[in-house]
Design a protein around this ligand. Sequence first.
Ligand SMILES: [Zn+2]
Length: 194
Amino acid sequence: MRDRIIDLVFPPQCGGCGRKGAGVCESCLPPGVTIARRLRGLRVRALAPYTVCVRRAIHALKDGRRDVAVALGERLADHLAPGTIVVPVPTTQARRRLRGFDGVVAIASHAAARADASVLEALQCTSAGHQRGKSRAQRLASVGRFTCSEVVAGCEVVLLDDVCTTGTTFQDCAAALRAAGARVEEALAIALVG
Ligand SMILES: [Zn+2]
């Protein structure tokens, strides 16, 4: 009932373009589109290029829009085989506390539930420094930012993040997981930049 009243006062809107309707509409995130990039030792697949609408949808997710997390999770589920172990790329604890919500973990949970896969929050940020505002050169220089805290030896896992820019974050995450004995060959993102 409360949700219905909220819907009447604030009709649900696409997180990308603001059109009526919850989640993310099909013109912002066309179905069936996947783009791929080969990084050293890692195959990255994404649902879309980083368009203005996709960027807005990801900001809406980071602002705590759970309907956007559900919509993105449903779309990602098509790319997860049953039994896959999904490891979300972590945000720093401070940012997570600030928002009370981790968008990437939320997407992972919805996708895994739909695809009969599972989520393992195996990684933490080693330092408090995060990527926003850093130049491309600074990003490429940063390594060893992640720590693996779970027993993953012998497991094959798939990384998940919202946006893949240079791929350095995925590679650093993969390095931490591999050091702990996991096999990592694939990473998924909502959007791929460039
Ligand atoms: Zn839209």
